[in-house]
Ligand binder design. Sequence first.
Ligand code: SF4
Length: 85
Amino acid sequence: MLWHPARTHPGRARGLGGLVSETLRVNPIACTGRGVCAELLPELIAMDPWGYPIVPRVELDDELVDLARKAVAACPVLALTLEKR
Ligand code: SF4
């Protein structure tokens, strides 16, 4: 299930005792490579030589989930999403 603030109301999955994890995903077709997400979340997102984000598929801890939500909300083309598992 993909989450984006423009599509759904964000739930607090962390209240489920760790049963739900979240990972960041980028849609490489939609991404325009402006790098807003990397500026907002340098702890996780790097840029490739062409200016496109490199997003590791790791489970985010609570602190990174909050920052990731801000990066998702700031993506101008809705290419960045949080995936819940
Ligand atoms: S903010 Fe969105 S469009 Fe910009 S680099 Fe990140 S994923 Fe791509």
